[in-house]
Design a protein around this ligand. Sequence first.
Ligand code: NAP
Length: 248
Amino acid sequence: MKRVLILGGTGDATQLAAKAATIPVEIISSLAGRTTNPISPTGNVRIGGFGGETGLTNYIKEMNIDILIDATHPFAAQISFNAAIAATNTNIPRLMLIRPTWEKQPGDIWIEVDSVESAAATLHNHAKKVFLTVGKQQLPAFAKLSDIWFIMRLIELPLPSTAVPQGIFLCDRGPFSLDNEREILQKYNIDTIVSKNSGGDATIAKIIAAREFGIPVVMVNRPPTPPGERVSNVDEALIWLMKKLDNN
Ligand code: NAP
């Protein structure tokens, strides 16, 4: 049976592992190990970094991986470039599963920036109460903004040693409903949202709520991805996988 490595850490990767369990293939899902209580995908799971592109290349060789599917988050750029190099080194097929970006709609007030650091610099000009949804690793970029109060939504709390801005934590995991997001914006009198352009349905409700209330969104654009075959949803990834299995 062919062995497939899915680089995960996303809902799409978890769904793909579940769907691929219905076809004759062996799946290993890989998680970075950033959260202490991750949603565990169906089937075999390994946790932790590989040790760069060389470590991933060695893992693919040692584990006799036949196919690599990079279903990591669109902002997890390093692992995607490592995957591209490792797949080339080992001459195995690689697919990127990348959900489409959110596109600006009429009524949206977006301030588009290319990095979380630029998002922090932009806030300085106009925000007082910010709904920050960029993840715990990015909190230090906002830590020096002492004139701004933040509600920081995270899957889990950062380490006590992490530099964080003033405000409160809200530990929660998507998907989030529109009512939930409306309530946060109203209850905390939010004047600005900071979001990565993650795409997908699970976290789009905050963008819709911001549109309804006329609240600006500082939208962090995605980093570049490596070249290579790509699909935009789980079903397309499954079809790609089945074709690859048929051809081998
Ligand atoms: P990153 O910057 O691209 O990767 C940094 C390092 O983390 C990689 O070099 C690799 O370590 C390790 N790594 C990342 N993903 C891995 C995986 N699936 N399996 C094993 N090792 C992995 O990634 P990141 O932005 O820190 O994100 C880490 C994980 O969280 C990813 O799996 C991603 O899908 C998920 N995630 C990220 C975001 C986000 O906004 N960045 C949001 C939601 C979920 P080695 O070099 O040692 O192999």
